[in-house]
Design a protein around this ligand. Structure first.
Ligand code: GLP
Length: 260
């Protein structure tokens, strides 16, 4: 697990650079796309590189991480709508190249299986962009999630619903109680995981993620078992890291050829 502590601008450039390197490799690339505020600056930067520097997503595919259950098709907070607005619709993905689990499916277990099958069929996710919840969730894998879990329905914690109420005019009751999310096992199958976190509200979750014991109580800690994880954090989100000086020193002395 590599930890980079830097300003948001630097972190944004690193994450966008990792996506760009894959897209320019000439291989068909599969991206994992997260919602939430953490990746927004990266999506803005990717859209800029597309617009101004010809970065193309035409040969890429995308899979979103999660989705609310039951939000009406025209609701602006439906994650497939959010992903379309924040990234997919701003670059040149082919029609149908970005897919998310359907929170309005009549048969939820069948929808989850077919989503897993679609990811498998695509060849698997090359780079998964992730945020982290204040309660340590990744995707919507709340505390207690199985480390072996695949895409399935979950119940949101009150804390997550409170955190996300800001997207629903501050009205907790409007935040759905259920969601579909790639499982921890699904996320662990991605070849490279790039997790972004900023602000003091994330400091405790980031500390557990990087330095805590691996525990279902802090679901993101499973990433300690992943061979290629990059944790991009601003100084506030890094403020509870015990080994912050070491991470800074390591990154400063990193050989240039290593990349992310
Ligand atoms: C949300 C999403 C996650 C996201 C996390 C943090 O509820 N389901 O995918 O990473 O919580 O959100 P934010 O980036 O807005 O802090």
């Amino acid at each position: 697990m590599e930890v980079v502590i830097a300003s948001t601008d630097v972190l944004t450039g690193l994450a966008a650079g990792a996506v760009e390197a894959l897209l320019r490799s000439g291989r068909p690339v599969v991206l994992g796309l997260a919602t939430g505020s953490s990746p927004l600056a990266v999506y803005d930067e990717l859209a800029r590189r597309h617009r101004e520097e010809g970065l193309s997503f035409a040969a890429a595919r995308g899979f979103t991480l999660d989705e609310y259950v039951g939000l009406p098709a025209d609701h602006p907070e439906r994650y497939r709508t959010v992903i379309e607005k924040e990234i997919a619709g701003r670059v040149d993905f082919q029609p149908g190249a970005v897919r998310g689990p359907d929170g309005l499916a009549a048969d939820i277990p069948a929808e989850c299986s077919s989503y897993e099958e679609a990811i498998r069929h695509s060849g698997g996710i090359d780079l998964q962009i992730l945020g982290i919840g204040t309660d340590g969730h990744i995707g919507f894998n709340e505390p207690g999630s199985s480390f072996a879990s695949r895409t399935r329905i979950k119940t949101l914690t009150e804390q997550t619903r409170r955190d996300n109420a800001r997207f629903f005019d501050g009205d907790l009751e409007s935040v759905p109680r259920h969601c579909l999310t790639q499982g921890l096992g699904t996320i662990m199958d991605a070849r490279h995981v790039v997790l972004l976190a900023s602000g003091t509200a994330k400091a405790e979750a980031v500390h557990h993620l990087v330095e805590g014991p691996v525990s279902a109580l802090w679901p993101g800690t499973i990433l300690q078992h992943h061979p290629h994880v990059t944790v991009l954090v601003d100084p506030a989100a890094a403020s509870r890291l015990q080994l912050a000086d070491y991470y800074r020193e390591t990154y400063a002395a990193k050989p240039a050829w290593q990349g992310l």
